[in-house]
Design a protein around this ligand. Structure first.
Ligand code: SAM
Length: 297
């Protein structure tokens, strides 16, 4: 049995062989860094822990490095690929492998709604992807915002962004993506992948991170949309003191209201966004809500 498995693995074409056969080359501006080695791809899928009950949404399947194993492990798979040529090649691969539980959607993931994708899949999703690096932050923000339809996400990021996601308050890397990811999810580093595992090789290594959304936030804000707006505003002018970045933002508060909200939350107006803990951001968000309400009255 084991010999069969090894033989099957050897027969699987490399991404380079598929690209040669299909006469395609990676589009750098679309973040097409393909996983080179089928064995590495398989390890990533294994470490994602996909089981027969999972409904998976893969973002950016490309030529299918992860897709075939994902589909074989999952109950259903929806793969969202922007590139028309790659989507067509992948459709043929799935067909020739006899995979029937996968569906490809040829679209920009940022234009889709995870709630709609989950309805299509018949239940909440596990989102998986080797993300196009130029869209990794907006994709992450979208998943966090729409996580009512997502139980967890297992995503590959370039190392710099992976570091920012996990950065603690007060550190140089702490920013909007750190606060959103840590507010909404428990984080776990699943794998580290060397840059030489990709064609073309990017200039940095990558990391696979799991975001588990199953538990509620440890420091919940009363309104999540206000919380997201406050975090965005606070980091909008990163180098500025909070009172200035919040007053100059789309929150619609004047300087007096910003001072009052910071006072309510017990946060000194001279602090900068990168020093605030999750609990402080939640308190600030609630204070901004109260301040906006008292203004209406
Ligand atoms: N999963 C493949 C692999 O590991 O070899 C490809 C990963 S590659 C880093 C990122 C993929 O995302 C590419 O196939 C690219 O065409 C696709 N992509 C880029 N922008 C996209 C978008 N806006 N929506 C969906 N897919 C996108």
């Amino acid at each position: 049995m084991e010999d069969d498995t090894i033989a099957a693995e050897k027969k699987r074409p490399s991404q380079a062989a598929i690209m040669r056969a299909e006469r395609v080359s990676p589009k750098k501006d679309k973040g097409q860094n393909f996983l080179k080695d089928p064995a590495t791809a398989r390890k990533i899928v294994e470490s994602a822990g996909i089981g027969p009950g999972d409904r998976v949404c893969e973002i950016g399947p490309g030529l299918g490095a992860l897709t075939l194993d994902l589909a074989r492990s999952a109950r259903t798979l929806i793969a969202v690929e922007w590139d028309r040529d790659l989507a067509a090649i992948l459709a043929r691969r799935l067909e020739s492998e006899g995979i029937r539980n996968a569906r490809i959607i040829r679209e920009d993931i940022l234009l889709l709604d995870f709630g709609e994708l989950a309805r299509m899949a018949g239940g909440p999703l596990v989102v998986v992807g080797n993300l196009p690096y130029y869209l990794s932050s907006p994709i992450l923000v979208k998943i966090v915002t729409e996580r009512a339809s997502v139980t967890r996400a297992v995503l590959m990021f370039q190392k710099e962004l992976a570091r920012r996601i996990a950065a603690p308050p007060g550190s140089r890397d702490y920013g909007r993506v750190s606060v959103l990811a840590q507010y909404a999810a428990r984080l776990r580093t699943v794998a580290r992948v060397n840059r030489d595992q990709f064609i073309p090789a990017p200039s940095v290594d990558s990391e696979v991170i799991e975001l588990d959304f199953s538990a509620p936030p440890e420091f919940p804000a009363r309104s999540e949309s206000v919380f997201f707006d406050v975090v965005k505003a606070a980091f909008g002018k990163r180098r500025k003191m909070l009172k200035n970045s919040l007053a100059a933002s789309e929150l619609g508060l004047d300087a007096r209201q910003v001072d009052a909200a910071l006072d309510r939350a017990g946060i000194a107006p001279t602090r900068r966004a990168e020093t605030l803990s999750l609990a402080e951001f939640a308190a600030l968000s609630d204070a901004v809500m109260d301040e906006a309400k008292s203004d209406v009255i």
